[in-house]
Design a protein. Sequence first.
Length: 85
Amino acid sequence: MGIIWTIVLGFVIGVIAKLFHPGKEDMGFLMTIGLGIAGSFLAGIVGQYLGWYQAGEGAGFIMSVICAILLLLVYGKIKASRGKG
């Protein structure tokens, strides 16, 4: 059940991040799930580094969305640089 919960939360976080990020990313369903999961993972790492979370503790929802938005910004920069070359 933990994997299903991770996928559902990853999708929700990815969708919210895409709503707050302007522009069109052309990301499908699986990429949106991956975005949300990666955002949560990054939020956990950053939160542990800053002392907000302990090891094994899940990252906060808002921090996960913020990190997913940051990943979208990076994705957009990489996609734009590939299009110019």
